[in-house]
Design a protein around this ligand. Structure first.
Ligand SMILES: *Cc1c(COP(=O)(O)O)cnc(C)c1O
Ligand SMILES: [Zn+2]
Length: 411
């Protein structure tokens, strides 16, 4: 990879070669960060030649991705999700300018597709025929779908609480699905053991440094879609921390290349019942584990695996933390639905729930330009959506009854 210099440990700073055998630091076991040769990249990558590219997917940013020369790019179209300017929602929240990036519109309906696309590309190039991961659900479905499209086998470990729709996606994509009778932490450990034993390609966000490189394309897109006018804030939900780290990396890459002249502040949003990353920022102490007590299953991560990268991203950006209740998450679900026609899963709308709260607490000024990323589609978790949405008006097939029903309700 001519564009990649190597990988650096975010914990001890040790430098490593970027390859698929050294995924974590050889010295301390810390997670690695991919380091680019911006001087080399600048020679062939500019705002002008980017504007001329016709590939409207995450691969339009190939110059900034850790992909070996000659790799086969997976067929599913990942990325270039819409960025909507949402004036009605902005007004309701008391904000001048709000954009919603709907990443639920990816092929398997979550932002995780961006990370899995990189993992699948690298696995295929390395000659692996099987990929594996543990996941609260979305990493799993994105890996399984991407692997199916690429002709690879997949072994997926999910905690037993994973919503049915996500597990069904896995089965439809032909994955070997292992439902673990335990929490996400138990699931992660079992998958790590199995991956080691059978030598599968490891797509665990906890250890694979290439995944946040895929996720960073969400920021590359936000910047390009806003014509490189950087928003003041980006609100995003946080579980393992790989996503928020990727969001930050994307903006930092563009800054290093001179595509943008400033960086946004991150709004890190977690659930009150499971907020180990935010708690570490708020108390200034290292991350300690928490119970996984929230209905937002995708961010029910008690022991965040990319915590170091996430903490660095929030701190470097001068960002803020917000924790929201499950009721606030459900409220954001109907709010986005009613005002924007956007349907996100609980973790998908948690960023927006946090933004609402941050505005109420005056942590975000009314004249700020904000992007809130919806990270996963609402159809992935119908049981939660029904809690937020309630039930329809039920009538017999009779006009009089319909009129009567209309009179007795507020439609
Ligand atoms: C995974 C996920 C997140 C959080 O990403 P992390 O990398 O775990 O912090 C947020 N929303 C959805 C829908 C997800 O699937
Ligand atoms: Zn290290």
């Amino acid at each position: 990879m001519k564009n990649v210099k190597g990988a650096i440990c975010v914990n001890c700073g040790a430098e490593h070669e970027a390859n698929d055998t050294t995924l974590t630091c050889k010295k301390c076991g810390g997670i690695l960060e991919i380091v680019y040769d911006y001087g080399y990249i600048k020679k062939q990558f500019s705002r002008e030649n980017l504007a001329a590219r016709k590939d409207f997917s995450m691969w339009r940013y190939m110059d900034l991705l850790p992909v070996e020369e000659g790799s086969t790019i997976p067929p599913l179209r990942v990325g270039w999700s819409p960025l909507y300017k949402t004036d009605r929602l902005a007004e309701m929240l008391g904000l001048k300018t709000l954009y919603i990036k709907d990443d639920g519109l990816n092929p398997t309906s979550s932002l995780k597709d961006r990370a899995s696309a990189i993992a699948i590309t690298r696995a295929a190039h390395a000659g692996k025929d099987t990929v594996a991961c543990s996941s609260t659900g979305n990493a799993a479905s994105s890996l399984a779908g991407g692997a199916a499209a690429m002709g690879l086998k997949s072994f997926i470990f999910v905690p037993e609480r994973a919503p049915k729709a996500k597990v069904t996606q896995l089965l439809i994509f032909g994955a070997n699905v292992i439902s673990v009778q335990g929490n996400y932490e138990d699931t992660f450990k079992l998958s790590a053991g199995a991956i080691e034993k059978w030598g599968w390609y490891n797509r665990n966000a906890a250890v694979n440094p290439y995944l946040s490189e895929g996720k960073k394309t969400v920021s590359l897109e936000i910047a390009e879609q806003l014509d490189f006018k950087v928003p003041d804030y980006v609100a995003i939900s946080v579980g393992d921390g790989c996503t928020i780290a990727g969001v930050w990396k994307g903006f930092k890459d563009l800054f290093a290349l001179g595509f943008i002249d400033r960086l946004p502040k991150l709004i890190s949003v977690q659930a009150e019942g499971c907020c180990p990353v935010n708690r570490a920022i708020e108390t200034g102490s290292p991350i300690t584990w928490m119970d996984e007590n929230t209905l937002a299953d995708s961010i029910a991560v008690g022991a965040p695996r990319n915590g170091d990268k996430a903490l660095a991203a929030i701190r470097e950006s001068g960002g803020i933390t917000v924790n929201v209740s499950d009721d606030e998450i459900l409220g954001a679900m109907t709010l986005l639905g009613k005002t924007c026609g956007i349907f996100g899963e609980p973790a998908g709308v948690t960023g927006t729930a946090g933004l609402k709260k941050a505005i109420e607490k005056k942590l975000v000024p009314a004249d700020a330009v904000v992007v809130s990323v919806v990270t996963g589609n609402g159809l992935k978790d119908i049981v939660s959506a029904q809690k937020a949405a309630g039930t329809p008006l039920s009538v017999p097939p009779d006009m009089k009854e319909l009129e009567k029903a209309f009179l007795s309700c507020t439609l």
